[in-house]
Design a protein around this ligand. Structure first.
Ligand SMILES: NC(=O)c1ccc[n+]([C@@H]2O[C@H](COP(=O)([O-])OP(=O)(O)OC[C@H]3O[C@@H](n4cnc5c(N)ncnc54)[C@H](O)[C@@H]3O)[C@@H](O)[C@H]2O)c1
Length: 371
């Protein structure tokens, strides 16, 4: 068992939620115009928080804000690009201006993008002796640098206000930060960005930091599995479901957020958000505490225990072999070894792509056990 770095108890998912701690408090949600971020904006506003919805998408941001305002909710829109410090800083200033207590109490970093298949996998230039192409870094910029800026701004405002049970920063990583990658569709930069978000969270959740630098704020992290949203559109959902995965809904993540935001005993925890309905329950019913580096080692034991909740093992093998070599990333192969299906997947991969064993080795299959 891993050493617990500080006192923190696993989440009790049966504990009664206390949304009253959010009433009248001020929240800022990046990526709030769509999907997971929008569901969290709505949940916060519905219990009486004053929410600043931050997004780069001006037209959607303005339009969803108008809809929420027409329901009598306290929501404003601040157009901002999270990769720009100045742009995000202005959004925080706007949030402070509408704050009844002149504090920013809740910060949720949901802005994110996903890179397409293995766009940073250098097969093409390696095979043809062409000059290597500079890989794209937008995903790292938005998901990691953007979240880093959000955290730094949160620190600035948290440090200036007294402790309060609602005071919290909620990080949004992904299951990609826990099991190398759940899909060849998630390329190196996405996975790395989400491991990076998890790294930021690991550093700031320490209670001595929370007390001295962050005005007593709590830090928690949500790690969604595949969730139907504009980032994971219907055609991708259809493909995932067809090979046996269970795809969650934004409401599953919303419930994970509500749990962390309204239970002030939750500090430094990770909620894995997966399909409640797909597991025979309601939204959020299948969510669980990853015990990330606390009780659960690296977080993986809790995930492995529940792997059936995400979908079948065969689904993984089937999905991999449907990809061409150029679409495969090494991280996918690492997950294959982790799930102990390497032999099935290896055979099928070679057959599907008409490769020799040596050729397959180029993709990392020769030594898949070095996790
Ligand atoms: N959908 C999934 O399967 C899934 C799984 C795991 C983690 N996540 C994470 O959840 C978060 C929300 O994803 P989603 O599924 O709701 O996607 P989404 O595309 O519906 O929402 C992302 C939002 O972020 C905004 N955004 C993008 N770049 C921005 C920038 N530079 N500045 C400000 N806003 C920006 C977009 O305009 C959009 O409104 C992301 O961090 C994503 O990586 C999603």
């Amino acid at each position: 068992m891993a050493t617990t770095p500080y006192p923190s108890t696993p989440i009790d998912f049966h504990r009664q939620l206390d949304p009253s701690i959010l009433k009248g408090r001020t929240a800022l949600v990046t990526g709030g115009a769509s999907g997971i971020g929008l569901s969290i904006v709505t949940a916060l506003a519905e219990v009486g928080a004053h929410v600043t919805l931050v997004d780069i998408d001006a037209s959607t941001g303005a339009s969803v804000t108008e809809t929420l305002k027409s329901q009598g909710l306290h929501v404003i829109f601040a157009e901002a690009d999270v990769t720009s410090w100045e742009s995000q800083a202005k959004a925080f200033q706007r949030a402070l201006r509408i704050s009844p207590q002149q504090t920013i109490d809740i910060v949720v970093a949901a802005a994110g993008i996903k890179t397409q298949y293995a766009s940073c996998f250098p097969v093409e230039s390696a095979a043809t002796d062409k000059e290597p192409k500079r890989p794209p870094t937008a995903t790292l910029d938005v998901n990691l640098t953007g979240t880093y800026f959000t955290m730094s701004l949160a620190q600035h405002y948290f440090a200036r206000s007294p402790p309060h049970p609602a005071k919290q920063m909620l990080f949004i990583a992904s299951m990609a930060a826990y099991n190398q990658s759940t899909s060849p569709a998630l390329s190196f930069d996405y996975t790395a960005s989400k491991f990076g978000v998890r790294g930021l969270f690991h550093q700031v959740r320490r209670p001595e930091l929370a007390a001295t630098r962050f005005g007593g704020a709590r830090f928690n992290l949500l790690a969604p599995f595949f969730i139907a949203s504009p980032m994971c559109p219907p055609e991708e959902v259809e493909e995932l479901v067809s090979v046996g995965w269970k795809v969650g809904d934004v409401e599953d993540v919303r419930e994970g957020a509500k749990r962390c935001l309204t239970d002030h005993s939750i500090r430094g925890r990770v909620v894995v958000c997966c399909s409640g309905k797909g597991n025979g329950g309601g939204f959020g019913d299948a969510n669980f505490d990853a015990g990330d580096d606390l009780e659960g080692g690296f977080g993986l034991p809790a995930v492995v225990e529940r792997k059936g909740w995400f979908g079948s093992l065969e689904a993984t093998a089937k999905r991999w072999v449907s990809f061409k070599p150029a679409q495969l990333g090494l991280h996918s192969i690492l997950l294959a070894s982790f799930l102990h299906i390497k032999d099935v997947a290896f055979e099928a991969f070679i057959r599907r792509n008409a490769l020799t064993t040596e050729q397959a080795g180029v993709f990392g299959w020769s030594n898949p056990w070095y996790l």
